[in-house]
Structures are given as C-alpha cells and as structure tokens.
Design a protein around this ligand. Structure first.
Ligand SMILES: [Fe+2]
Ligand SMILES: [Fe+2]
Length: 193
C-alpha cells in the first residue's frame, strides 16, 4: 500500500543499548514517550481499520500485532506497580485521586481485552485471511484505538503533571529502575508502507 512512512519512536532500542539514559530526572519523559509510541500505534490501527477489507497491508498487521503484544501491558504494569501507588502515597488520603487511578486501572483491563481481540484479528489479516464480518472487525479496532487515545490524553493532561508536581526523587528513581528493568522484548524494528 502506498502512503506515508510510519516511524515509531525508537525508545526500545535506546533502552536496549543505553538503559542508563533512564534516570530519576528523565523517567517521566520516558512515560510520555511511551504514550507517544502508543498514539503512533493508534494511528496505525486506524489506517488498518480504514483499509478493511481489501486494501490490507499485511506488514502493517504484523507490526501492529507485535507492538500491541509487546508494549501495552508492560506500560500498564509500570503505571499500576509504580507510578499510581507512588502518586497515591504522595497525595495522602485523596479519595478523588484514588477513584481516578482505580478507573484508569480498570480501563487498562478493558484495553488489554480489546488488544487480545485485535491481535487475533491482525494475525489473520497478516495471513491474508479476511474477517468474516468486516463491519464488526472495523468497529473492534476503532473501539481499541479510540479508547487508548482517550486514556492517554487523560494521563498526559492530568496524571503526568500531577506526578511532576508530587513525586520525589526516590519515587522517580523507582520509576526509572522499573523502566530499565522491563526492557522490551524484540519486535520488528520499523514499519514502512
Ligand atoms: Fe494508563
Ligand atoms: Fe499510560
């Protein structure tokens, strides 16, 4: 399929070759870079949804499935294991924030369920197998990328500024250490289409 070149932020190769670049000072920027990666993945999923049923680029599907499999749950784990609890601890007994963070964690579960369905669909598309119900397949992909975009926009607008204001150096070092530890598994290096 002719079109623009998609180039993901190559955060993963940076982390593999130079993990010490992630420090307490840069940890929140790396969370934001994760979000940028996910937004690029959302754009790719939208292109795939728009190309259903007969303009599918199989390489795009392979790339998107690998990215969904390798990126999304690791990011959710980082937030739920480190970012959210550290933020909650610094905010004291803030029931409103607790409610917000619980809602975000619930959205992670919903998005992961949608990711599983999308990975299955993308695997079939990448093998040249059209979906039995094109409309349902497009609807499912749209539900996934629209949900991810909303979630990320909220975190960028509200959670990251709060983290910037409240987290202390030891929180940020814990975040950096988790990012370095969860170096992402290999996946296709880039997608061009
Ligand atoms: Fe999140
Ligand atoms: Fe996030």
């Amino acid at each position: 399929m002719a079109g623009r070149e998609t180039k993901m932020v190559d955060l993963d190769s940076i982390l593999r070759t130079e993990p010490t670049i992630v420090t307490a000072f840069s940890a929140l920027n790396f969370v934001k870079l994760n979000h940028d990666q996910h937004l690029q993945l959302c754009d790719l999923l939208e292109e795939i949804a728009d190309s259903l049923p007969d303009r599918i680029d199989e390489r795009q599907c392979v790339y998107a499935a690998a990215a969904l499999r390798n990126r999304v749950s690791i990011h959710h784990q980082l937030e739920e294991d480190v970012l959210f609890p550290r933020l909650m601890a610094r905010a004291g007994d803030d029931q409103e924030l607790r409610g917000i963070l619980n809602r975000l964690a619930d959205e992670h579960r919903t998005d992961e369920g949608h990711c599983e369905e999308a990975i299955e669909l993308l695997a079939k598309l990448s093998q040249g197998m059209p979906p039995p119900n094109v409309e349902a397949a497009g609807y499912m992909l749209r539900g996934l990328f629209e949900g991810l975009r909303r979630h990320i926009a909220f975190e960028n607008d509200h959670v990251l500024p709060m983290a910037q204001a409240l987290l202390q150096e030891d929180d940020l070092e814990a975040l950096a250490s988790e990012i370095r530890r969860t170096d992402q598994p290999p996946y296709p290096a880039s997608s061009s289409h």
